[in-house]
Design a protein around this ligand. Structure first.
Ligand code: ADP
Ligand code: MG
Length: 713
């Protein structure tokens, strides 16, 4: 296998089409940046996520279902989806000649002419139009933030037509609401005194029609509200996950559990936008309409309603401050509780061995107690608002009837008028009460939104609008120039003023005491963290210019703490390299010494490794990590104490495999085992974050033996 095998083309025909079109539109996009973090199917780009990859190159795209004859030639070139998951680019159509011009991206970039009916036979009926988005540069600064750019409001505004329909339905429903009171009023005032049963039937039929229409509209409205919420939910959840996975490690929150809880708080945002009670807000303006109609019946009847409304709003406003505070406290407390839970669950074994159960139990109980107290307060407050609103509504009704009776005795109002006013008043007060009750939900959602905004604003590895040039690592030169680095919130520098140059194909061992910065050095090469000072060059290119995904693809890494994921052994081995075939898989397993263990296991490569690889032993996990690193065929190998948990015979096997496979590759090996030093021809010693020795193996070992290499402290 050649040295550059790791950069093998992947991503499927759709990605090939996209890359070709990017060149056509003069947009820059590399294979890695197009795909990084997108959900792929068997390692291939699929039509449903095509627009997300295209957006990274500044192209907006639209999937259309059309026959070839209906294709608009002015919108070409477009991507045609063919049968069998193939695709091509349609650049021109000539129906008169019966010809089409297409580019087969997997072959060449040259246009070829094709008979239309031939293309028709392969065409699946769907195509994707692409259009370059206009790109403002730094000379045209944005006056104010557009809602489109906001992760939440941007998605919500996409559903604008849907919400317009919802509002329209609400308007109609409210207009219909006037019908019932008018019906009752006419029955009392006209039908009953005159025994006019004919009129009764006419009115009844009319009101029935209105009621049916009302039912239909209400059903439609709740369907649309749900539809809007679920559409938004899918997109927003995807955006949140993309943000989490794309976040820079330096900005990673301190606790996974509390972070997870903050992310889950999205649930309350979704419930809020998906609740039909939110529609009650649309009803609010109709309060005025109902008041106006009551006023037309008799203006004195409006007074109790106004007084009641003011009372409800005043109380809601008073409760609001407290509710906001409680919501925020609640979110923080539940984050803390979740953090305790997750930490306990993930290290249950250690917890038991160390005997720290009672401490964790204590933390858990105290946070739960606090949380339940806050929740109870919140509930009480919310209940006081909604029940208070109900009480006011009823009192308003009583007051309205008292006023009405006086008006009737004075001859200013008919009986029917009083009943209509009574019915209308409850319609008018309803939304006010609902809006007040919505307040607690709102504050909870707003607090959740605040913490989500916080998450969404954290810096990511591949910010939107940053264009990476595709530069696969081909040789494997690594150079550090006066690199300094400290972890976020750390008081001490983890690395200071480190300079060295490792030529492609060189094998270097890094030695140093615990905590001297060896692992940190490798994390910097992997681009997991950025240096605070100095530069790191790979193949002579500043690491910041390299797409993180492309960089990591070119590096086989065995971490000090191996982490596996729930799934089979095969899944874990091929996780980052879905295109490898079984032969490569077996080859890597042989090299890493996994083969013996796999061959004797009944399920072989399909054995379950358990969460975090719990079902394997420490040494087996390490072998898996080694196989995972070797499978990539990358020009750089970074091994961080790769044999720390291995027995002597496995170590010997790894050593031999490495000696064979590392030929021509850059190898950086952190180790405490003297036997592995045989692999290296050069040794770098770090101490306390500083480079204290760098030279040929024999010299450095001799100097170490004689104690000539001092510590940096
Ligand atoms: P080693 O040479 O043993 O591999 P490391 O590179 O892991 O040492 O660590 C170097 C220093 O950086 C240590 O003092 C350690 O406390 C600190 N450190 C390591 N990882 C982190 C981290 N994620 N956050 C903060 N400090 C860290
Ligand atoms: Mg280490």
């Amino acid at each position: 296998m050649s040295k550059t095998d790791y950069s093998e083309q992947h991503g499927g025909p759709l990605l090939d089409c996209l890359l070709t079109l990017c060149r056509f539109h003069d947009r820059k996009l590399s294979r890695e940046s197009a795909l990084a973090g997108l959900p792929l199917v068997e390692g291939k780009l699929v039509p449903s996520v095509f627009h997300r990859a295209a957006k990274r190159a500044g192209l907006s795209s639209r999937l259309a279902t059309q026959s070839l004859s209906a294709v608009n030639p002015s919108l070409l070139p477009a991507v045609l989806l063919l049968h069998d998951d193939r695709a091509c680019i349609l650049t021109g159509l000539d129906p008169e000649q019966g010809n089409a011009r297409v580019i087969w991206p997997e072959l060449t970039e040259a246009e070829v002419s094709l008979p239309l009916d031939e293309l028709q036979r392969q065409y699946s009926g769907k195509l994707i139009y692409l259009r370059p988005e206009f790109h403002f540069d730094a000379r045209a600064p944005r006056a104010r933030k557009k809602p489109d750019g906001h992760w939440f409001w941007g998605v919500m505004t996409e559903n604008r037509p849907l919400y317009r329909d919802i509002i329209l339905a609400a308007i109609m429903i409210n207009c219909f609401a006037v019908a019932m009171p008018l019906f009752v009023m006419n029955i009392y005032d006209r039908v009953v005194p005159n025994h006019a049963t004919d009129t009764l039937w006419v009115l009844a039929v009319g009101i029935l029609i209105v009621l049916c229409a009302d039912l239909g509209l209400r059903l439609m409205r709740s369907w649309f509200v749900d539809l809007g919420a679920s559409r938004a939910d899918v997109k927003l959840s995807a955006a949140i996950m993309e943000q989490i996975l794309g976040m820079k490690l330096a900005d990673r929150p301190a606790s996974a559990g509390s972070f997870a809880s903050n992310v889950q708080a999205f649930e309350s945002v979704r419930n809020f936008i998906g609740s039909v009670t939110l529609v009650a807000l649309v009803d609010l303006p109709f309060f005025l309409l109902f008041c106006l109609i009551i006023g037309l019946i008799n203006w004195l009847l409006v007074l109790p309603i106004l007084v009641g409304t003011v009372l409800i709003l005043l109380y809601a406003a008073l409760a609001q401050r407290k509710m906001q505070r409680l919501s925020e406290t609640m979110i923080r407390a539940s984050a803390m509780r979740n953090a305790t839970l997750v930490e306990c669950l993930s290290s249950l074994e250690t917890l038991k061995t160390v005997g720290a159960e009672s401490r964790m139990q204590g933390t858990w109980e105290s946070t739960t107690l606090f949380l339940s107290r806050i929740t109870a307060q919140m509930r009480l407050l919310a209940a006081s608002v909604s029940n208070g609103a109900l009480w006011v509504q009823h009192t308003v009704a009583v007051a309205l009837i008292i006023v009405g009776v006086y008006l009737i005795t004075g001859g200013h109002l008919t009986q029917g008028g009083l009943i209509a006013a009574y019915l209308l008043s409850s319609r008018a007060m309803g939304p006010i009460g609902q809006a007040a009750a919505l307040l607690s939900q709102y504050h909870h959602a707003a607090a959740a939104m605040e913490s989500l905004n916080n998450i969404m604003a954290r810096p990511v590895e591949r910010p939107q609008g940053k264009h990476w040039v595709s530069r696969p690592i081909l040789r494997g030169d690594i150079e550090f120039r006066q690199v300094g680095f400290s972890y976020p919130d750390a008081e001490r520098q983890a690395l200071a003023d480190i300079s060295f140059r490792i030529k492609a194909g060189e094998h270097v061992a890094i030695l140093g005491r615990n905590g001297s910065g060896k692992s940190t050095l490798e994390k910097l090469i992997l681009g997991l963290y950025e240096p605070d000072a100095g530069t790191i060059l790979i193949d002579g290119v500043d690491i910041r210019q390299l797409d993180p995904a492309e960089l990591r693809r070119g590096i086989g890494h065995v971490p000090q703490d191996v982490s596996l994921f729930f799934g089979t052994l095969r899944d874990n081995l091929t996780m980052g390299t879905p295109h490898v075939d079984d032969a490569q898989l077996v080859h890597a397993a042989n090299l890493s010494g996994l083969a013996g263990f796999i061959n004797t296991h009944p399920s072989g490569f399909d054995m379950q490794v358990g969460e975090r690889g719990q079902l394997l032993s420490g040494g087996q996990r390490q072998s898996v990590a080694i196989a995972r690193a070797l499978i990539k065929e990358s020009p750089i190998l970074l091994l961080d104490e790769p044999t720390g948990s291995l027995d002597h015979s496995s170590e010997e096997q790894i050593k031999q495999s490495l000696a064979q496979i590392a030929q021509g590759k850059t190898l950086i090996l952190v180790t405490h085992r003297s036997s592995l030093l045989a692999l290296a021809e050069r040794i770098i010693v770090v101490d306390n974050g500083r480079l204290v020795a760098d030279g040929p193996k024999a010299e450095v070992l001799e100097a170490l033996r004689q104690g000539r290499i001092g510590s940096a402290a």
